[in-house]
Design a protein around this ligand. Sequence first.
Ligand code: ADP
Length: 543
Amino acid sequence: MMGLMQQQPLLISRLIDFAARFHGDTEIVSRRVEGDRHRTTWAQVQRRSMRLARGLDAWGLQRGDRVGTLAWNGYRHLELYYGVSGSGRVLHTVNPRLHSDQIAWIINHAGDKALAFDMTFAPIIRSIAASCPQVAHWVALCDEGALPADLVQAVPGLLSYEAWLDGQGDAAYAWPILDENEASSLCYTSGTTGNPKGVLYSHRSTLLHAAAGALPDVMCLAAADSVLPVVPMFHVNAWGSPYAAAMVGCKLVMPGPALDGASLFELMDDEGVTLSAGVPTVWLGLLASMREHGRRPSALQRVLIGGSAAPPAMIEAFQKDFDVEVRHAWGMTELSPLGTSAAFKFKHAQMDAAQRLQVQTAQGRALFGVDLRVVDARGAELPWDGRSVGELEVRGPWVLSDYYESGLPNPLHDGWFPTGDVVSIDADGYMRIVDRSKDVIKSGGEWISSIDIENVAMAHPAVAMAACVAVPHPKWDERPLLVVVRKPGAEVQARELLAFYEGKVAKWWIPDDVMFVESIPLGATGKILKTRLREQLLGPAAG
Ligand code: ADP
């Protein structure tokens, strides 16, 4: 017997309609590339995203056509999120930190018909416009008067976003009723694991993921929150936060291009930010700024840390020094991206601080909807004993079923997506990453976790950033080398740092040497780029 409930497809347009109707005057604050701070509301975002949709209709763009963006976190990008997907087109967020050849390749592979970009990225557009012939419409996210003449010359037909929107009028727009399984947005993996591959999200996967991400054990989002996503809207939809924010109707604060600690502190402080989300490298900057001020931003309660492992020292600094709760989460582009979060269970309340920290340093347990398993090299499932280590596989309604026109064999293994992460799962279901399979160090036939080695170094007061890579060794095959950036003015030598490992890890895990460098290369999503680091240290073949 079928249930007798209404059938309503889960559509992105419903999110913006909900936010506008029930939270219409709640603010969206953006630090713009123009340098000022801009204020709008959910109601205004809805109005302008409807204009935008009308503009796309006028261009004759069809359902499923891709519209690319090269843009920071800001209200115009948010309008594109809702106007493009809401009207049945596919929002293709392009990562501007990639090399311009790769950007052009991605835009062409996606077949973008239109591309909207922040003025910061005008130089990229200038260099790629001629190699992207299928892009029929180029839109600069600025006022008409701000269009530089040489750019207009270089990019024929270039429009100013504001002039284009102004031309669309304000008549009500009826969002199309789509099949909830239609594509809504497209994001390419950043290529740290090979050629970029397209992950094509659907309306349904996006809404289910947003609802799961808003839950108390993940972002714990409510209408009373003010959320600042540091994680960019150009990579995995800012972890779904622009959708989750509309779903709960909270205030959204967008940092634009100013992602340094001081700028983030100021914006959080002024805008009553209660929750923020980003990768560990971003938090290094914010923590430094918090130390300078001797306090946290006034209303900050929680930070979501993911994308790379959150070092225990970072979790402690937030929680012990500043009373800001840390949520450590794991995910990847192929999972929309959220998969696990290291929130406590009821029984953890009894534990002492050290044990609780241990729980939080895990990548966490599955969100409802995502299933996890660990398999050995032959694909056989391993027990959840916290010790058996193998590859993590996942499945669920917001996990990809295939890459977008990759020409590669389907990646699934028995219906599960193999993540390339080497992990264990304990009896409570908490997953702990040992490494990415390509970063793991194999010494004498045993694995050394580069993440664990880095975590110890990050707890040393003189260390600003640490990366551990494998170097070839005649006897052990590979041995760990620690690469360190010292904190400004701090002094520490290799011997002292290596002594710091005594008693903290197995003796044979202690790196053979430490190399001090001025900087460590970061990839397009702010993570340490180990391929480049290995190339720099060991030559091109090692990348
Ligand atoms: P790429 O870097 O290839 O673009 P993603 O940005 O999707 O891919 O990153 C996914 C990967 O990032 C995961 O497979 C995992 O290796 C790593 N990662 C994400 N969150 C964490 C975390 N909390 N701890 C350790 N590694 C993480």
